[in-house]
Design a protein around this ligand. Structure first.
Ligand code: FAD
Length: 474
């Protein structure tokens, strides 16, 4: 039989359900395909960094597949429709008996796969797997069979089910008995910007697994204490690999359980808190599957669509360029632009600042994040933005507004993080680092750093009024 594995967001050999299933029949001829839908990526706002990162991983994947006797074909196309059409043509041309792929749950991806399913040649059968989540959407619904709208009960049900689910990781397939040959397979190519994604992101699944295991061995035990501190290197940094499927969440869970075997049943400690973050990832995926309109950038709470947002481009640019005059916001935004990654606490602070201090539409921030992030991922990014903007499911209450100064003082107390990204503040003393303008004025120092773009107290009042005005009409 002839098998085709269609790789999408699962660029790995280890613990890949579709690949493992396609390789089960030792006599089958196995082909691998990756489609690069350039205009679809552009429409989805995928960052140049993430595209470059994918490209490097595809090279690795291609080498790995070649070692086990499977050629990878990389096809550059426009949008998802073109990609699905190419798969169908490929099946006809190569007389494929079985197509294998791992499910994706975003709206356009689901549409593409439904269309493919309806249009595959009759003699080709389709084998789909739930692979990119610990439990598939719908597996942790409430008693009425619906998706939870609050995280805590979702998590309770989720962990109960997880405790008895088969979450073992699959090994890499062995080398095929018969090596598959195909005309036109070559090293993967699609145009991409040669952007740097930082030395910390070594391409390849071995590097990703090493990073994960090292984190679980060395850092996860203290994660509950260090996770909120951007000045400490306390988080795993696996998000970039998870986003394009170089790692699977099962690998994350199993690496965690190897160090903290009871993590699923614990309510505190570093292991349980890290698992909690993996469950947030699942929560947001389950939400977009249950409420596909979230993929269309609609707020979960419809009344929030009546808020009159601030369209002042200069305010938005100040945020983008890290010139708001609030050091913790500016340092984080400069790190994002420079590296494509930002600590979770900082993502919450800068998102809150854009929406609740500048009153800019959260969707502009969401889109800008996608354009920069190396770990850009629609469910998590949308979830994070809607949480911060108070427009989402189980979001921060709309009247709770982070104070960017006290957030900085609390989570970067000595200013080590801020100084790393804002060298112009290097001489400001520790105690004044989050209010450098006050220090400069008192000491008659001229700083090459802007005054705050808004007064936090006034901005807060304005935002409360804007939310309140439309909420009363709800
Ligand atoms: P760790 O703290 O080590 O966590 C382990 C993993 O759990 C992460 O890699 C991630 O997959 C998952 N995770 C952790 N926190 C969250 C969370 N709050 N929501 C969902 N999953 C989580 N994460 C992305 O992967 N892609 C995004 O595009 C993204 N955009 C965000 C936007 C905003 C406004 C906010 C507030 C959060 C966003 N997050 C996003 C979630 C989180 O900030 C990152 O996952 C995390 O900072 C990645 O670093 P890490 O791998 O060291 O995380």
């Amino acid at each position: 039989r002839k098998h085709l594995v269609w790789f999408r967001q699962d660029l790995r050999l280890t613990d890949n359900k579709a690949l493992a299933a396609a390789c089960e029949d030792k006599d089958a001829t196995v082909y691998a395909l990756f489609t690069a839908p350039l205009s679809q990526w552009e429409e989805h706002g995928v960052s140049e960094r993430q595209v470059a990162f994918m490209h490097r991983h595809l090279e690795k994947l291609s080498e790995g597949l070649e070692r086990i006797g499977i050629p990878l074909v990389c096809h550059v196309c426009g949008n998802f429709d073109d990609a699905a059409r190419f798969v169908i043509d490929f099946c006809r041309r190569e007389q494929i008996d079985d197509v294998f792929f791992n499910n994706q749950y975003e709206l356009n991806e689901q549409r593409r796969d439904r269309w493919l399913e309806d249009n595959l040649p009759q003699e080709t059968s389709l084998n789909r797997y739930d692979d990119c989540l610990l439990l598939p959407p719908g597996a942790a619904n409430n008693r009425q069979g619906e998706m939870y709208r609050v995280f805590t009960p979702f998590k309770r049900t989720f962990l109960e089910k997880l405790g008895s689910a088969d979450t073992g990781s699959l090994p890499q397939p062995e080398r095929r008995l018969h090596v598959t040959r195909i005309k036109g397979s070559s090293s993967p190519f699609f145009p991409y910007e040669k952007v740097s994604f930082g030395a910390e992101y070594t391409p390849g699944e071995e590097a990703a697994i090493a990073l994960l295991e090292n984190f679980c061995r060395e850092k996860v035990h203290d994660y509950d204490k260090t996770r909120d501190r951007p000045d400490l290197d306390g988080t795993s940094r696996v998000s970039a690999y998870l986003a394009i499927g170089v790692l699977s969440p099962r690998q994350c869970l199993n690496a965690l359980l190897a160090e903290v075997p009871d993590a699923i049943w614990q309510s505190k400690g570093g292991g349980a808190v890290w698992l909690n973050e993996l469950v947030w990832r699942e929560f947001y995926y389950h939400l977009i599957a249950a409420f596909p309109r979230l993929c269309r950038y609609e707020p979960f709470l419809e009344w929030t669509d009546r808020i009159v947002w601030n369209a002042n481009e200069a305010d938005f640019r100040a945020w983008v360029e890290g010139r708001t005059g609030y050091p913790i916001v500016d340092a984080a935004m400069r790190e994002l632009k420079e590296t494509g990654w930002m600590h979770n606490r900082l993502r919450m602070i800068v998102a809150s600042f854009l929406v609740k201090d500048l009153l800019v539409d959260w969707r502009k921030g969401e889109r800008y994040f996608m354009s920069q992030l190396i770990d850009g991922n629609l469910p998590a990014n949308n979830g994070g933005w809607q949480w911060s903007a108070s427009t989402g499911v189980d979001a921060m209450p709309w009247f709770r507004i982070f104070n960017p100064v006290t957030q900085g003082q609390k989570f970067d107390p000595a200013g080590h993080y801020v100084r790393r990204w804002l060298p112009e503040l290097k001489d400001v003393p520790e105690g004044d680092i989050h209010t450098p303008q006050l220090w400069a004025k008192k000491n008659h120092v001229v700083l090459d750093y802007p005054d705050p773009v808004v007064d936090h107290r006034q901005a807060r009042e304005k935002t409360l009024n804007a939310f309140n005005a439309v909420r009363q009409k709800a």
